[in-house]
Design a protein around this ligand. Structure first.
Ligand SMILES: [Zn+2]
Length: 350
């Protein structure tokens, strides 16, 4: 194992807990490891060296069991929204609205202190109604600051999904043999291809490995839509990296005339900015190639946009905020601190 130093924002002071910290070997003083969700930048390094308990959600455990060899008995599944006591600290897992299995960790200390680590999350107004979060004030908030910059105004997921529905309908009316392709990573963006499949009343095809992953998500809606052959489905899921004109053209040709046109959806938060927000989603224009391939960027994000983050912070009013993303440079950290101070009306310095 590499032995880089575990950064402070992956530790919960006063505990033996470390969150998403597997690339530092056995960290001195850590007796329980937590994994917020199954994205590589969070589980990186996880392997047989681990000899302490690893706590996560059921879906994350399914994915670990499918993909990573660990010592037996290491993975401990915790339920959502139920309190469990680990090393004298109450721990509650709460859906993080990020990807399947993603959770936030709420820690309640015997002293009354409350710490919330959101992992990766997309803040949503519905979180303001969660009893577990509202019960006691949050003292320390470990915040996913991926889009902590006022330029990132992201449309709500609900809005983007209804845009995808309109888009798919429009193309399907124009091209009878339409294939919708959705780029994804290991997990995430499921709602995008499910929306396309619903609109086309179609099954979903994914390569074998991806299908195994989708079957791990404990989501019967997804599992029941999976096709066993590509020609059975008008919606195909591919690796994000394969959503390129030449690849898609070859793909279309390989499907022996079953489809004549491809609408490829490229869901990423980075596609959007304030200027585009003003024009609205329907103003996004596709890039077209070979008269048969249309690639649409869709601003479907699984991280909070700037306003959503602001609303979440202002609602819960934590005493301190510890950013967990884009923290490498002092200038970036300083900029975020200024933003937090403005949101809270006091310093959120940790
Ligand atoms: Zn993630």
């Amino acid at each position: 194992m590499e032995s880089r130093k575990c950064p402070f924002y992956k530790r919960i002071p006063g505990t033996g807990f470390a969150i998403d910290a597997f690339s530092y070997g056995n960290v001195a003083g850590v007796s329980s490891y937590f994994l917020s969700h199954y994205h590589y930048d969070h589980y990186r390094g996880l392997g047989k060296w681990l000899d302490k308990p690893l706590y996560c959600s059921q879906v994350t455990a399914n994915l670990i069991n499918l993909k990573i060899k660990l010592k037996p008995g290491i993975v401990r599944v915790l339920p959502l929204n139920e309190s469990r006591v680990i090393e004298s600290i109450e721990v509650i897992l709460i859906d993080a609205n990020h990807c399947p299995g993603s959770v936030m960790f709420l820690f309640r200390f015997p002293t009354g202190k409350v710490v919330l680590h959101v992992g990766d999350f997309r803040a949503h107004p519905s979180m303001e109604r969660l009893y577990e979060l509202k019960q006691r004030p949050i003292d320390e908030l470990y915040l996913d600051t991926t889009y902590c910059d006022e330029h990132y105004e992201l449309p709500a997921q609900e809005e983007v999904l209804s845009y995808i529905r309109r888009l798919v309908r429009r193309y399907a009316l124009k091209y009878q043999k339409l294939l919708v392709i959705c780029g994804t990573y290991t997990i995430g963006k499921e709602k995008v291809f499910m929306m396309a499949a619903e609109e086309l009343n179609s099954k979903v095809w994914a390569p074998t490995e991806k299908r195994r992953i989708l079957n791990c998500l404990d989501d019967s809606k997804i599992s029941s839509r999976l096709a066993t052959s590509p020609l059975e489905a008008s919606v195909h899921v591919v690796n994000m990296g394969d959503v390129k004109p030449a690849n898609l053209k070859n793909y279309l040709d390989s499907l022996s005339g079953s489809f004549t046109h491809i609408l490829a959806l490229n869901p990423t938060g980075w596609e959007y900015d304030g200027k585009m927000a003003a024009k609205g989603l329907d103003a996004i224009s596709p890039k077209s190639y070979y008269n048969s391939i249309f690639i649409h960027g869709v601003p479907y994000s699984e991280h909070s946009g700037f306003s959503e983050m602001k609303r979440f912070v202002r609602f819960f009013r934590p005493r301190k905020i510890i950013p967990t993303v884009n923290v490498a440079s002092a200038a970036q950290r300083q900029k975020m601190e200024t933003i937090f101070t403005e949101w809270l009306g006091h310093s959120a310095r940790y």
